[in-house]
Design a binder for this molecule. Structure first.
Ligand SMILES: [Zn+2]
Length: 254
């Protein structure tokens, strides 16, 4: 009798526990499963879709093979011809490749109350030659020899073919109410915002402070170069130059 009662209790407890577990599992899957799957899928798509489209829109020159290096050691070929479009409101031309990204960057900054001026975009090699000649001539009038004058001028102005402006992929952007290209430009809200946000749009600060030994160009807080979002983010986050970035990924630059 006592044994039977014990068995009944044991069996009862077993069914109670097992039955309860089955019910809670069923409830759990009913309540959570369908929702949790769809919300997880939604999250996944939310992550993937905007990133993918942003990449499609902004990241045209995203593969490193397509990043053109232009500096004093790597002049552009004289025959290089960018696909130029006029940047509305600013009267400068840029390569079609950077047009949308550049406008998005400027418009997003304007939404923050900033006012920009695009001081330079594409500059032909011919125009670069004229600028150099003018400066050389001015120095020669002050008594420098032609070679002395040239050496001095190319410290500040890029030799023909060595300016990124000839690619149409670089722009000089300044604050609308302070357009002088000097060290004070770096302290304008516009430049500070651009330096903080440019990589999101595929642009880098091309000639950073304290990198003159690598770029061979003194700090230009206003000169932004389009390299695509992936490269731009890495370059700006690590605080490196385009030269260092291309070296690191073993990009052959002849
Ligand atoms: Zn520039």
């Amino acid at each position: 009798m006592r044994f039977r009662r014990t068995m009944t209790v044991i069996v009862g407890v077993f069914f109670l526990v097992f039955g309860w577990r089955t019910v809670t599992l069923a409830l759990h899957s009913l309540q959570n499963h369908p929702d949790s799957i769809s919300s997880r899928q939604e999250e996944r798509f939310a992550d993937v879709i905007p990133a993918y489209s942003a990449q499609k829109e902004n990241d045209i020159s995203d593969t490193t093979e397509e990043i053109i290096l232009v500096n004093k050691d790597h002049p552009l070929e004289e025959t290089y011809q960018p696909d130029l479009v006029k940047l509305r409101d600013y009267g400068v031309e840029v390569d079609r490749e950077i047009y949308d990204s550049l406008l998005s960057m400027l418009q997003d900054g304007e939404k923050e109350g900033l006012e920009f001026w695009v001081a330079s975009g594409y500059r032909s090699m011919e125009r670069q030659r004229e600028l150099l000649d003018e400066d050389i001539e001015a120095l020669m009038k002050k008594g420098s020899s032609p070679s002395e004058a040239y050496e001095e001028v190319v410290q500040e102005t890029m030799p023909v073919g060595c300016s990124e402006h000839a690619t149409g992929l670089a722009v000089d952007i300044v604050a609308k109410d302070y357009q002088i290209l000097d060290e004070k430009q770096a302290r304008t809200e516009e430049i500070q915002w651009l330096q903080d946000h440019c990589s999101r749009y595929g642009f880098i600060l091309r000639y950073p402070e304290d990198k003159e030994d690598i770029t061979n160009v003194s700090y230009e807080s206003w000169h932004f170069r389009y390299v695509g979002v992936t490269a731009a983010k890495e370059i700006m986050e690590k605080g490196i130059t385009l030269e260092e970035y291309l070296d690191r990924i073993d990009y052959s630059v002849e």
